[in-house]
Design a protein around this ligand. Structure first.
Ligand SMILES: [Ca+2]
Ligand SMILES: [Ca+2]
Length: 349
């Protein structure tokens, strides 16, 4: 073979080797780090999730916040006030303590009947214990309520659903942070109760202690996302009201020490529902409120949403920047509204 041909072969071989080498050393294309306001759609069920950046907040209630909650309770409990608004009713929210959390994702809304049915149809989830709701003969399986929250599911069913969907139940701290944000608001939208921003026990409430001053349009559950102005700082909806939401933790008592990614006690008797529901009064729908129910407890007022760690193993990378209520509305693509009057902090006692 002529030398020139050999030279040509060598040049081609070296060139190919260089190209292959360059390709091998090129970094894999990666998606940019998630930021506040990002959303993703979960493949298993189509649920939209919102990103919650790593950060720190004050969890639970300060003594002043607990007093405010008690005052709110008295205002809305009528003749039952003395019985139901004891200081002890708020003691498990104390002491307030600092919590630092890694980034995570959380469902924008409560899991709906449509979502839940996909898991049942897949043979993984068991159906809700009841197919009606509080006063409706049909609910789960009735197309009229497909976009309403799944109810009559116990905490284990909720956890099983989240695992099927590729996630998990949020911890109590994650849930409360997604609702309150770095500013540790009392309600998702701010520190003042506003009955136009949630489904709670309004004048038309099917049962419970009614607030006769306002009609929110829903006697029981509402379609998820019916109150966009109730959006939390990270874009989550219905964190106050509609249905209470199971979280992963056993109920226990707080300590004053700063905690990082707390998961609650190792054992306990009750699992925690958060956020209040359609039959609850204003103090019940505060983000710091917490209940305790047996893990197999099911009712027409308790549902859930899921969380996800993220594909990049999100670690505690830094503190998030506080987001104003106006910014939260921007993130949710909603029209801006004037800020609410801040009743919290005023001497009420
Ligand atoms: Ca209502
Ligand atoms: Ca809720």
């Amino acid at each position: 073979m002529p030398r020139r041909v050999w030279s040509h072969i060598v040049v081609v071989f070296v060139s190919c080797a260089l190209v292959a080498c360059a390709a091998a050393s090129s970094p894999e294309p990666t998606s940019p780090p998630a930021v506040l306001g990002d959303t993703r759609t979960r493949p298993a069920d189509g649920m939209v999730m919102v990103y919650v950046p790593a950060g720190e907040f004050r969890m639970g209630s300060t003594l002043e916040e607990a007093r405010f909650a008690r005052q709110l309770c008295r205002q809305h409990s009528g003749a039952d006030a003395i019985a139901v608004c004891q200081a002890s009713a708020f003691s498990d929210e104390q002491p307030a303590h600092t919590v630092a959390l890694d980034a995570f994702w959380i469902d924008r809304t409560e899991v709906t009947n449509t979502h839940y049915r996909r898991c049942v149809d897949a043979g993984t989830c068991t159906p809700p214990v009841e197919t009606g709701s509080y006063s409706r003969a049909t609910y789960y399986g009735d197309p009229a309520f497909d976009d309403h929250p799944a109810i009559w599911v116990n905490q284990q069913q909720a956890a099983a659903y989240c695992a099927w969907a590729g996630g998990r139940l949020p911890t109590e701290a994650e849930w409360e942070y997604a609702a309150r944000g770095p500013e540790s608001r009392l309600f998702p939208w701010g520190d003042a109760f506003d009955g136009t921003r949630l489904n709670y026990c309004d004048a038309g409430c099917a049962t419970g202690v009614r607030d006769e001053t306002l009609d929110d349009g829903f006697a029981e559950t509402a379609p998820v996302g019916s109150f966009p102005t109730g959006v939390s700082w990270c874009g989550a909806l219905d964190m106050a009201g509609n249905v209470r939401e199971w979280v992963a933790d056993w109920h226990g008592y707080y300590t004053a020490q700063r905690q990082v990614n707390p998961t609650g006690p190792a054992v306990g008797e009750g699992r925690i529902p958060k956020g209040g529901c359609w039959l609850d009064k204003p103090d019940d729908v505060r983000c710091a409120n917490r209940g305790a129910n047996a893990p197999d407890y099911t009712r027409h007022k308790v549902g859930f949403r899921c969380a996800w760690d993220g594909s990049q193993g999100s670690r505690l990378a830094g503190l998030s920047v506080p987001v104003s209520p106006v910014r939260a509305l921007e993130l949710a693509g909603l029209p801006m509204q004037p800020p609410l009057p801040q009743v919290y902090g005023v001497a009420l006692f």
